[in-house]
Design a protein around this ligand. Structure first.
Ligand code: HEM
Length: 487
């Protein structure tokens, strides 16, 4: 009898899942055939391809579709292809898609659990509005002198780099120094010392690769395993650093224009309840978010400049001209107004967006009208994929998408680009909060490198570039290696 019941239960589950896999078909939405239990992310489960790569492949396979129905294990997810629908999700119908599809508990992760990226509902709205003033262009101007100093140090540091220098390593040291000085007012010493406290902290502090990977392929599993992003010892270390710095400033009446100053001021406002934990979490959040995506992007900028010598030459001419015109300095406004530098950064973001894809969740039923004779309603709770990489590489929007052409983002060419096909920072009310800071630190760092060195691609770089399958970010397999020669 027991055996019969088990067999019946297995058969019932099998048919239920079979029926579930017809979810998109019933709604007239096209999509790849799911495999039993793993859905369409099977290659990710066996670590053969990152979810982002799978989404990019599916994007390419369905050239004419506005949207593609897929399955993450047994959960129906919707990949949005049409830029008009990207606009709908990120801006026009923001209320129906206002949350990111990541679950992080504040109990397990008191620091990352307070980050706007994972916050939901009203709490996200309040925290986002509290932190936004810390990222205005006025605040960036405050921070600029620290970035210039660190960039000059970077140029000096590269003098001692041999051929085949690990681009990611030097960019990470540089961005860590930036966040140490801009978030906490401390000297990171990450270029100068192999085992500086901040390098150590970064190594042990944040392990986003595994956590995000699990959350992308299987949110229930990541919840079950209580994946924690920030180790407990590191959490304590951060609390200690913030306490010491704040105490020192209070006792010595020091006011320093940095991010810690901005967030600690929030404690004094009456509009919001802002605790000591919030101050620590947001200063640590700036630290965590400030170096990783930026150093990935900056290492790709160095690589593309090394691989495209005519671009490198043109950029150097642009930077050198204004540098000499300004008495061998690069004032903030002057750097910000350089069109070709801006084009180089944007074109790198197009070809190698640090985040392959974005994952939202439908928060209110959304009626998308008739498709293939059927009414399409995106149901509350449906995960939505925005295929950043797929859009950026679509020849319909970018001619010769593999070719590095910064001119696409310069002058009137920029105006001609199809809106919502370039979304490296997301779009709408949830757009990356640190975009200004991230781009600024890369611009100034690259400017000082290019003024002083000529770059070529090191032998150790594995070409063509492939991305690490267990990372939701575009991390190149084997690293990027650059030869620097002093000019
Ligand atoms: C330059 C490299 C960077 C890239 C490519 C990048 C990309 C992104 C992307 C794609 C998102 C998700 C947007 C969405 O959900 O639609 C995001 C969110 C966010 N980023 Fe960045 N980011 C970068 C640098 C930074 C820096 C330097 C900081 C802070 C110092 C930062 C802070 C944040 C925060 C707080 C969010 C969450 C915003 C929210 O949900 O309200 N990012 N970023």
């Amino acid at each position: 009898m027991f055996v019969l019941l088990v067999v019946l239960a297995v058969v019932a589950v099998y048919y239920f899942l079979k029926l579930n896999y017809r979810y998109w078909e019933k709604r007239g939405v096209v999509g790849p055939k799911p495999n039993f239990l793993v859905g369409n992310l099977g290659k990710s489960f066996i670590l053969k391809a990152s979810p982002g790569e799978i989404f990019a492949d599916v994007y390419n396979q369905y050239g004419d579709a506005e949207m593609v129905g897929m399955f993450r294990a047994t959960t129906p997810i919707l990949l949005v292809r049409d830029p008009a629908l990207v606009r709908e999700v990120t801006v026009k119908s923001f209320n129906s898609f206002r949350e990111n599809d990541y679950e992080v508990s504040k109990k397990h992760d008191p620091i990352f659990g307070r980050n706007p990226f994972v916050l939901k509902g009203e709490e996200w709205k309040v925290v986002r509005s509290q932190l936004t003033p810390g990222f205005t262009s006025g605040k960036m101007k405050w921070l600029y002198p620290y970035l210039v100093e660190n960039s000059k140090n970077l140029a000096t540091f590269i003098q001692n780099c041999t051929e085949n220098t690990d681009a990611k390593d030097i960019c990470r040291r540089f961005t860590l120094n930036n966040v140490a000085s801009c978030a906490f007012g401390l000297e990171g010493k990450c270029l100068e010392e192999e085992n500086s406290e901040f390098r150590q902290l970064a190594k042990d502090f944040f392990s986003p690769a595994t956590g995000f990977f699990l959350m992308t392929v299987s949110p229930p599993l990541s919840k079950l395993l209580s994946v924690s992003f920030i180790k407990k010892e590191m959490e304590k270390k951060f609390i200690q650093i913030v306490r010491q710095v704040l105490q020192y400033r209070e006792e010595n009446n020091v006011v320093r224009n940095d991010y810690l100053h901005v967030v600690s001021q929030l404690k004094q406002t009456e509009d919001f309840k802002f605790t000591d934990e919030d101050v620590t979490a947001h200063a640590a959040g700036f630290f965590g978010e400030g170096y990783e995506t930026s150093s990935i992007l900056m290492s790709f900028v160095l690589f593309e400049l090394a691989a495209n010598l005519h671009v490198q030459e043109k950029l150097r001419e642009e930077v050198r001209r204004v540098y000499e015109e300004n008495g061998n300095e690069l004032p903030y406004e002057v750097l910000q107004a350089l069109p070709y530098l801006d084009g180089v950064i944007n074109e790198t973001l197009r070809i190698h967006p640090p985040m392959f894809s974005l994952q939202k969740i439908c928060t209110e039923d959304f009626n998308y009208g008739l498709r293939n004779g059927k009414q399409v309603t995106i149901e509350k709770g449906t995960p939505i994929i925005l295929p950043v990489y797929g859009l950026h590489h679509d020849p319909k929007y970018y001619e010769d998408p593999k070719v590095f052409k910064p001119e696409r983002f310069v002058g009137e060419n920029k105006e001609k680009l199809t809106k919502y096909t370039f979304i490296p920072f997301g779009e709408g009310p949830r757009i990356c909060l640190g975009k200004r800071f991230g781009v600024l630190q890369i611009k100034v760092g690259i400017a000082y490198v290019i003024l002083n060195y000529s770059l070529s691609v090191g032998k150790k770089t594995q070409l063509p570039i492939r991305y690490d399958p267990i990372n939701i970010m575009t991390v190149p397999v084997g690293g990027l290696w650059i030869n620097f020669s002093r000019l």
